[in-house]
Design a protein around this ligand. Sequence first.
Ligand code: C2E
Ligand code: MG
Ligand code: MG
Ligand code: MG
Length: 325
Amino acid sequence: DADATLSWAKSDGRARWAFYDPERIASQTTRQLLATTMLPALERGEFVVEYQPLVSLRGGPDDRAPDDDRPDDGAPVGPEDAALCGVEALVRWQHPEFGKLSPDRFIGIAEETGAIVPLGRWVLETACTEGRAWLERFPESELFVSVNLAARQFWDSDVVADVAEILGSTRFPARLLQLELTESAVMGPAGRPLEALHALAAMGVRIAIDDFGTGYSNLAYLSRLPVHVLKLDGSFLEGFQEGAEAVAAVAGPGRYARRQAADEQIVLALVQLAHALGLTVTAEGVESALQADRLRAAGCDTAQGWHFGRAMPAAAIVELLTPRQ
Ligand code: C2E
Ligand code: MG
Ligand code: MG
Ligand code: MG
């Protein structure tokens, strides 16, 4: 079992290494354990997909909840004001010993071992199956489903064939599927990923660039690709927080104001540039009404974050879709 493996590694490490670092060895051993047990765990059904709400920020009556007849007074955007328009599928490992593992613990390992190929395909199939069920139950909802794809799925598998097959078998419409890729996955040398991107877009699937702003951010290059959505990384929002006074007290008011102004200007400029290039913008990591409000004012199209809702089981999405009496 896991504990036995850990203690074995520690005593082995003590015997072999001059620079004995128990934490490093324990975490390496855990990584190895996760790496070798991942595929059997997938077979056993230990992975689950949760869904985080994506909401429309665009003002106007169409974006308000159907039962909400209050006038749009420009008041801060609350979770109840925002219309659910999609969900992002986020995988978790329900580990029998370690409990629910976040993807940050195992996606990197899965990319190294190649397990991301079957795991990613399973997430896609699960999300499309769920998406089809929501569409059947709530035909008006037009809820889109956004699924993360790893670079390795483009290099080591025929991701285009997989997507086509899964859309066919689940009968989930291509127009409601969004695929999220990071800049680094598409910025590499021309070849397989680019061809796949064009083929996916031609199928009617929407392509989003995830964590935009954390990589090289070559918008000129991205605008030449079949990309439809930029997902602005949550780090852009650090400047607009309610804790402004607290931060100013430590950093000095002038510095805080400059940081806030700079972050807001960057978001504003990015939204305008993205729109000029025909892209829509989703803000990630929205944690407060203030941030939601500023983003709406900046013209940001959609948003996602704890302010609107955390990732939740599929059944909880059904509840969100169920009209309240
Ligand atoms: P991501 O695609 O950028 O997903 C957004 C992450 O931000 C999620 O973490 C989400 O729970 C978290 N988040 C959402 N709202 C907030 C907020 O308001 N504040 C903060 N601080 N965080 C927020 P999660 O679920 O732990 O996923 C982490 C990453 O793991 C994802 O980042 C994605 O890169 C990767 N991942 C998750 N599922 C899959 C998958 O099926 N395939 C692949 N290839 N990668 C996946
Ligand atoms: Mg994502
Ligand atoms: Mg993201
Ligand atoms: Mg992110």
